[in-house]
Design a protein. Sequence first.
Length: 262
Amino acid sequence: MADDEEDIVKTETAKLKAKIEELQNAVSESEAAAKAAQTDSERISALLQAYEFSIDLVGYTIMITDFAYPITKVKNESWLTEGRKVCLRAIIIMEELVTGLVETDFASVEEKLLPLEEVIDDDEKWRLVRKTGFAISTFCDSFMENSKWKWILVEIRARFAVIVKNLINYKTFTALNVPNQPGYESRFYLVETAKKLMQEAADNYREKYEIAGQNISDINTAIHYLSALRQIHVYLGESVPAEDVKKRIEVWTAKMKDDSRG
């Protein structure tokens, strides 16, 4: 690497490190504000701030990893490791707000959502989902050549799928599912994205089961994701996809039982 290129890398890397430190402090301060909050709305607002700062931080760990790569041809995995930790930290924050349970009744989802919906509406939910989805996809792409991270990334994507699913107020969805209602498009995309991500999560855990040691817990997890997906289809009156998912659950359950017998 030429001296001038090395100087550029050092200068820009220093700037990125400073921004990362700034965001790390912002996350910590927001989390502290959440703990000190006097009301639910204050706590939720602070946690949402911490969440957004965390997602921004993921982006900067990707930037600092990728910046010098075209010149050095070496990826600094320490920053990718930091990015993974931040991803999980962000997910934990949102799980606190909407629950991270894969299968849960919609009444429980609504109970968790009511305080959140006093702070953000469906348009804001969809904005957060888009932003997070882009950050996670970009982050996961940074690991494409490093197979040792494959199953950790499956967990991150799957937990994000559950967050999207649990961000939706299913009790009010049907009544508000008309074009003249505010947030109509955002609700539509939230539901479609939730269904897509839950299916992908199920398929990824099924793949993990087949090629990573046939751990029964993996196929069982895949079945739970399918069951949660079917619950959405049933609630929305989507009988054909609900029946298709039911058949897959039956096939996978039979496979699990056969394999467990050994």
